[in-house]
Design a protein around this ligand. Sequence first.
Ligand code: GLU
Length: 464
Amino acid sequence: MKVRTRFAPSPTGVLHAGGVRTALFSWLYARHHGGAFVLRIEDTDIERSSKESADAICDGLAWLGLDWDEGPFYQSSRVARYAEVIARLLDEDKAYHCYCTRDELDALRREQIAKGLKPRYDGRCREGRAPRAGVDPVVRFKNPQQGAVVFHDHVHGDIETANGELDDLVIARADGAPTYNLTVVVDDADMGITHVIRGDDHLSNTPRQINIFRALGAAPPDYAHVPLILDQQGARLSKRTGAPGVLQYREQGYLPEALLNCLVRLGWAHGDQEVFSLDEMVRHFDLGGLNASAAAFDPAKLDWLNGHYLAQTPAAALANDLAARLRLLGCDPAQGPALEEAAEAMKSRHPTLQAMAQGMVFLYKDEIAYDDAAARKHATDDARSYLRCLLAALETVEQWRGEVLKQTLSAVLKDLNIPMGKLGKPLRYALTAGAPSPDISSVMEWLGRERCLARIRGLMESAP
Ligand code: GLU
């Protein structure tokens, strides 16, 4: 049997790390087995769904490289199919019209609570009830009343739920709109989904969904309900609590491979390996490696992984992205060192592309801003006198090249008989305003004569 998985987001907000992780696991499982990965947008909740959110989800998945083989299928364009299934269930006496009013249901609920019972629909319309004038009925699924639903979950093991626990679920609202548990089953059945991998907040829906599969004469898929992702405070990561969306990670300069690597380890392990290329993830991913305890998203680990992948990426592949970021920061990437060369030296010094671009601004702008306290710390009387000597020596340099500048610097240190730090520290601050930077002679060459001399003077004058 060919493996078919799906990712079925509701487009009601950004695609946060939890959603990406669900998509990743489903994608990996399909790719590992040479199967198909289906993208389905669950947008039947018209009030809360938006086209922008659906588009952003697709863009985010595409950016991450989680390519889908089929879809995106929009549930909103399948309403006729859901109506057909609801009609069939009614016809086969597997569903019924319920005319209970809100007041009646509220009263029932109060009564049950007063008796210490779990509030649930008591099936009063199940055996047929005359239509009530002025009440548009909902449609309820006739959940079996005997026996139990038993299934094996790849994360949580065997799960058994007595049918007596499950009340008759609304599958179509009074306006005819189908509900989640109906649409998800119709789609998973129609789309031939073999494995459903999703958050374990859906675990309690599963027995109900399995009963609907059976009523439709379809075999339920395999299930793997993965634990939720928590934030650093231990709260559930969710779009409602403002967890960043995948496109924000792109904006902040994270690489897809770092984000995916960080997420694959939340709820899944392969021995104690931490760093996985995408190929390795595909090769090793299996449902047996999933575990049931909630995992916390660690931004420091993401930074570490991103730094790791940034350092590995050829500078040529980063240059366009950096150029765009530098422009947004008010720089002209042509007014400074060749971007690729600078990127090569900088890529192992920053956790993200955005931090890297910010850290490169000093190379592409004439003016840089010193921090008052830091400038005071660096431009001591001694430092200023050393810088004055260096300035005099640099003014005579004819060929503004790294090697020559290095020799000039050595000669000045020798003349002054001081160690490198005494001059190097104020000089580096003067040139970079504290941005992480490679060896100082390269920085001087990159900046060029004018910017270099102006900055050394600038620091000397900035001090009180
Ligand atoms: N649309 C549901 C959600 O975003 C997912 C449904 C499912 O995976 O079965 O939570």
